[in-house]
Design a protein around this ligand. Structure first.
Ligand code: ATP
Ligand code: MG
Length: 251
């Protein structure tokens, strides 16, 4: 289970983020990047962060530790910024938190070099989860202590916005033409050979078990959170065997 932390202080908004993530302090005194359940994109973005972030971590990628951040909406009362106040007020209960990597730099494909091996692993993984938010314009990769860290997995698994069409949607190829790491000659064959066997039904069950029930209840067509967890695992499992052959746009 994700560690449960209580948000005790809203520090500042991270202005670059489209969803207005904030920097908050937890009751363990640690700083967290907080993604709000009441933000425009809603709970599904948070579910995607957990499924994809925790899967990435188990496959050996560097991902900031994820926690749930419990928010008391009264924290918004003292906020001078109207937009932030609204966000805090509409996000009572469980939100997503991740360790704040202090001093991390945004990855710039023109300023940093990545090996063909690491690029291959990240592109393969992004193809598996259909990440449309790792372009050179907005890489959602951070350089921290000399290493590459993966963040922002909210725009993945597009099929969870239309469950009846999920199977067909998950059969589609992945376009990597704009991928932030496309220029580093990603070695997809080696990545697939190493990573694909690790993405098992068992691993996906472990990963989806991390999603808080509160973000899964009330989804039309699913009577229990566990049925929805299975629906999250199925398209990923289906993509594992073929996705490396359906990555388009690389030279
Ligand atoms: N764990 C972290 N540690 C340090 N900085 C972070 C962390 N997570 C996010 N940031 C910073 O905050 C910015 C916004 O975060 P993120 O990309 O996750 O939000 P978003 O609203 O989904 O963004 P967008 O949709 O604009 O890509 C990042 O580009 C990065 O600069
Ligand atoms: Mg982002």
């Amino acid at each position: 289970m994700l560690k449960e932390v209580i948000a005790t202080r809203y520090i500042t908004p991270l202005r670059e983020g489209g969803s207005l993530p904030g920097l908050v302090e937890g009751d363990d005194f640690a700083p967290y990047v907080m993604k709000f359940s009441g933000a425009g994109q809603g709970r599904k973005t948070l579910v995607a962060e957990v499924v994809v972030g925790e899967l990435a971590r188990r496959l050996g990628f560097r991902v900031p530790r994820l926690v749930t951040l419990d928010l008391d909406p009264v924290l918004g009362l003292g906020e001078p910024d109207q937009q932030v106040q609204e966000l805090l007020r509409s996000s009572g209960g469980a939100n997503l938190g991740m360790d704040f990597l202090s001093g991390a730099l945004g990855f710039d494909p023109l300023a940093f070099t990545v090996s063909a091996e690491e690029a291959g692993r990240i592109v393969w993984f992004d193809a598996l989860v259909n990440n449309v938010d790792r372009s050179w314009r907005n890489p959602n990769l951070l350089m921290w202590h000399g290493d590459l860290w993966l963040i922002d997995h909210g725009a993945t698994m597009i099929w969870h916005h239309n469950w009846p069409g999920a199977e067909a949607s998950a059969a589609r190829p992945y376009d990597a033409a704009d991928h932030a790491l496309a220029r580093f000659a990603p070695d997809l064959a080696t990545a697939a050979a190493d990573l694909a066997p690790k993405v098992t039904g068992e691993l996906l069950a472990e990963v989806t078990a991390e999603i808080p029930d509160a973000w899964l209840t009330g989804e039309p067509g699913f009577d229990t959170p566990d049925l929805l967890r299975e629906a999250y695992a199925a398209p990923l499992l289906a993509r594992v065997p073929f996705i490396h052959e359906r990555i388009k746009g690389l030279q």
